[in-house]
Design a protein. Structure first.
Length: 402
């Protein structure tokens, strides 16, 4: 008896400590970054300074032209992380070579060598105004981030032009087929572990996952589908509560979102409101909309987890209709929770990720079916577009006599 009370007490202290670490602290009314977030070793964003080489000097006496300065290019490289990049480039400064000067024995100055730097596949590059420069989604694709200056010649008074110099942000968006989205403790890691080769940490307190984990599911026909588990979202994530929206960018490129919710609901701490399973779906919908409403258009699967717990079936029956008509259900919520649009789930599955291997098989099969259907749909759309383009081209050329 004493042992049980002690265990309960210790567990309570542990939960309170974790909640305190994760819950938002406020300074001058503004949320400040929480402790564990800063300590998280996962690196998915980095600012670097890039400068193209200056152009070489021209040689006025003979009208000689200086060589153009080299460009700085980023090259997408497989099996690489931003940490590897940082190890190779700890100063976070990348310079391309200057163009060579023109002189009496070499009228055209040699061109400065381009600087090609390897970065992980899945990088999006922004300039210092946060304007998109480009994406590197394919291995070996290249992106020019700083142009070299042109060589000195008649038009610029034979002075080489300086290379482009700017600071750029490299943002890593993991590329996985599936993104798991859910509140903490819903069972996302349990599902990922059971369904794939991943070995995420699992524990009975919120925010065990503090960095994205990726697992690969292997099918009988050798098709491989990757799944990313992200740290749990919480109500108010858009105000940086919990892990905030920091990791949501990793689901932007996924083909299917898998929402995992706990049928018993969720409560971050006694200070926070208890949220039922339906509330968590509505709140997840809201957080996704606040992050990027286009995410709500993605194909989505709703997985209702922990169906082995007491009273789960009754709880599910109570919310079944609302889940199937999420638009109506959302409209009955207060304005601060309500989203303007509801996600359309392609399928709703009830499972026990922990105790039912058959449920896991079902999830795996449904994921494959949904991906296949969507791929076919996209192919058809692309084919129709190409067909329409062909028809338009034919129309432009006028009717053909047969
Ligand atoms: N009864 C029951 N418990 C489950 C089930 N799935 C997961 N759990 C338990 O729920 C707790 C949380 O599971 P996790 O898989 O770590 O949850 P998570 O969503 O990854 O949590 P975060 O890492 O905080 O985002 C663990 O104690 C699991 O053992 C289930 O189907 N039934």
């Amino acid at each position: 008896m004493l042992n049980t009370t002690m265990n309960h007490f210790l567990k309570k202290i542990l939960i309170q400590t974790i909640v305190r670490q994760y819950s938002v602290s406020k300074k001058n009314g503004k949320p400040i970054r929480n402790h564990l977030k800063q300590n998280s070793k996962f690196l998915d964003s980095l600012r670097v300074h890039v400068r193209g080489g200056a152009g070489g000097f021209g040689f006025p006496k003979y009208g000689g032209e200086g060589g153009k300065g080299g460009d700085v290019c980023l090259v997408a490289t497989e099996d690489m992380t931003l940490k590897d990049f940082l190890r190779k480039c700890p100063q976070k400064r990348i310079r391309a070579e200057m163009g060579g000067n023109s002189h009496s024995r070499c009228i055209l100055g040699p061109i400065g060598e381009d600087k090609k730097v390897n970065v992980p596949v899945g990088i999006t590059v922004y300039d210092d105004q946060n304007v998109l420069i480009g994406d590197l989604n394919e291995a070996n694709s290249e992106l020019l981030v700083a142009k070299g200056g042109s060589g000195g010649n008649k038009t610029n008074g034979y002075c080489g032009v300086k290379g482009e110099s700017r600071s750029v942000k490299l943002e890593l968006k993991l590329i996985a087929d599936i993104g798991l989205v859910g509140f903490p403790n819903a069972g996302k890691s349990t599902l990922l572990k059971a369904i794939s080769n991943a070995k995420p940490k699992i524990a009975s307190y919120p925010f065990t996952t503090i960095r994205p984990n990726i697992g690969v599911m292997l099918y009988d026909d050798l098709r491989q589908i990757s799944m990313a588990d992200l740290p749990g979202l919480v109500e108010g994530a858009h105000c940086n509560i919990g892990m905030g929206h920091r990791f949501l960018r990793h689901v932007e490129r996924t083909k299917l979102l898998v929402f995992v919710v706990d049928i018993t609901g969720f409560q971050l701490s006694p200070k926070y409101k208890f949220r039922s399973c339906l509330d968590t779906v509505v709140l997840l919908n809201k957080e996704l909309e606040l992050y990027k409403k286009e995410l709500l258009d993605k194909p989505a699967l709703l997985v209702i987890n922990k169906m082995d717990t007491e009273g789960a079936k009754e709880k599910y029956l109570e919310i079944k209709d609302q889940l199937e008509n999420l638009d109506d259900a959302i409209s009955s919520y207060p304005d601060e929770i309500k989203s303007s649009k509801a996600i359309k789930f392609d399928k709703i599955l009830k499972i026990s990720a922990k105790n039912e291997p058959d449920d896991i098989k079902r999830v795996k099969t449904v994921i494959r079916e949904l991906l296949d259907v969507n791929e076919e749909l996209n192919n058809n759309i692309e084919n129709n577009i190409s067909l329409q383009n062909l028809k338009d081209q034919l129309k432009e050329r006028g009717p053909v006599l047969v």
